[in-house]
Design a protein around this ligand. Sequence first.
Ligand SMILES: [Mg+2]
Length: 255
Amino acid sequence: MKTYKAYCFDLDGTVYRGNESIESAVRFIHRLQEMGIEYYFITNNASKTPVQFQKALAKIGIETAVSRIYSSAITTAKFIAQNYFDAKVHMIGSEGLETALRQEGFKVTDDLEADVVVVGIDQTVDYIKLAKACAAVQNGAKLIGTNEDIKFPSEYGFLPGNGSFVQLIANVANVEPMYIGKPSPVMLDVIQEEYGYQKEEMVMIGDNYDTDILCGVHFGCDTIHVNTGVTSTEIVLTKERKPTYCLEHLDQVEL
Ligand SMILES: [Mg+2]
């Protein structure tokens, strides 16, 4: 395997499992740090701030700058800043998303006239919020979702995920929404745009075929599947578009 300039890691199932570290990944990141090779963490989880992710990583022995952490909320804000200069942003979402947008200099509104409607999970969403977002999109705003997960598991069975609300607005306004979280390639696009890498200098590493590996495939960079989380190697090998490498763990990578 060649040595890449930028190693992009998924977090849960790749670097840690809940509160437990995946030791081979920790050792690999330490090796990158010693060699001065760049690495980034990209996660669809928008429920934590970058500082909270930084603390979670510190607990398992990885000291890292918050600037290396790209959640779907942070990346959504950066994507809008890179692509919609001075945009008026209409938002449905939680505090994390709002903070990320403000940090990029956006004033968040619920105006019916906006350039972009951004939708992240909002547990207080109601008819009026959804109706206003539908109106803003019909007035010409671009519809962007932080992630496309339709549902997520809970003790009560599946509950509606962010994608369910984005889809509702898209259906009413009759538009195709755009999504930032994996498997969309936008998170890797944003890192490439920020640091000026070539695609062949980047690699996406993850445990989940449907999000991590397809994110790399859609973006057009090499991918490494690790057998430490959601998708087993056995399943990955049945897929038509296979990762560049299938590894048991990251101790197998020589740098
Ligand atoms: Mg994962």
